[in-house]
Design a protein around this ligand. Sequence first.
Ligand code: HEM
Length: 519
Amino acid sequence: MTVIFEGYGLLWLTLICLVVIYQFLLRTPSIRRNGTPLRIPPNTLPIAGNGLLFLQDRQKLFSWFVKCERQFGFETFQITVPTLHPGVVINDPKNLDYVFKNEGVFAKGDFVKQRSWDLFGNGIINADGELWKAQRKAGLHFLNTSNLRILTDVALPRYLSSSIDQVRTRIKEGKTVDLQLFFHEITSLLMGKMAYDMEMHADDDFTVAFDHASGAVAERFQNPLWFVTEIFTGSRFRRSLAIVRQFGLGIVNNAVDEHPKSTGSLAQSDDVDGNRLDQVSGSLIQSLLASLGSQHKLVADAALTYLTAGRDTTAQALTWCLYLLMRNKSVIEKIRKEAQEVLRAHGLESQQLGSKGNISSAVFAPTSLPYTMAVFYETLRLYPPIPFEIRECEKATTLPDGTFLPEKAVVLWSLWAMNRSKITWGEDADSFRPERWLAEHGRLTVKGASEFPVFYGGQRTCLGKRMAEIIATQVIATMVLLFDFTPAYEGERVSKISLTLPMKDGLPCFLQDRAQGGV
Ligand code: HEM
């Protein structure tokens, strides 16, 4: 990014000046609180405002948001970026609660849609109004109780088992395992089969193209002049978009060629579990086709959006979880103790895990493993898979703290910073301490969405929260019972630019099969 800036310095300066003049001519009513302007954050420049700051590496940006939260506390502050409508950063859970409860006022708006349109089109993440409702309805149908049961009883045990077999082969060959790839493979297989009835893998061309496109779209949110810089730097992005679009239409065509499972067109075999899985396979895409009709481009947008919402977020959360566990070995021991007790209560031993069909998600359900759930939540707190959220005011409004926002004002909150607030989480907010989620007798206590917004809140709350929790407890408990982990990298891991929170360069580790040492 810095290189881009240096290479086109004069062009940038000219454009920024033009934009500032344009903005001056089209001034909108200003953001105020009780009649006075809001405070501005450190490093705000006279003309560029916070524009240059947003161009920096995302890890530095995360730290900047934390610094601001520590300086301003819950006080809403103003940010300015040339070419954009005025914006505020909110950290107060009261304000966020107001945003969640007023979906009609705080929409995705042009700000988000213009930037992510090329990738998501009218997909649920980008849609408002009727288009959003139809896609949400299809998602609710896909994530119904009986489908989740097949996820826990059949699909997840199956894909977790087969991925573990591959890990064991790598261990025998003395190779490292990239745990990010491992988790991605499981969620790709799951979403591919259950949602689209397709075999998807973590390293296929589509995934590589999608990752690149997601990074390029995320850069648009940091770079106010993206539409200019992309003319010079966007050729790989355009190629990636073409691959992603083609893949999206492929999902739809595949589904249209298939008869819906409810017609009973499937040949039944003796594999009862396989038949159960086949019955629900492709249920999301079939529901989307039923809700959205024959508009195949729209159905493809919706399908791709669900894919990133479900597959990438969950795999990334698991990756950061194992990263944190390797740095906190005593936590691994506590998960093992909890999981062993649950196994024993079911008359099972850990040696029975990992061979095909023997991993039962029902045994490792979120309700049976409160400590493991606390570890998962603590990971989501420190590494929220969606680290920023942005909304645009559809009409003028006033936040509970008295901040007046004119129409088109942009509201931004950094989950990365809110989740590290010492006001909300206490003096040890920077530390990984799963116990903060546990009350008396080890019972799990969860904060409300406005204090812990990792799954969003209000009408647009994440549809896959339960699915993610089921996958997480099952995968974490199984993995720590079966393996010991040693990092095959040095230093800290950071995230790479994306709409979500992938780990840069993956999580390469040496795994040791605990069964070999007689667990
Ligand atoms: C740890 C895992 C997950 C996290 C942290 C997470 C987080 C979120 C967040 C923050 C949003 C709001 C995004 C926005 O509108 O800007 C969201 C929406 C959504 N999530 Fe998740 N998610 C996770 C897993 C899943 C899974 C497994 C699915 C299953 C398909 C899923 C499906 C969705 C859908 C469909 C939406 C859009 C809801 C709407 O706009 O009405 N998510 N998620």
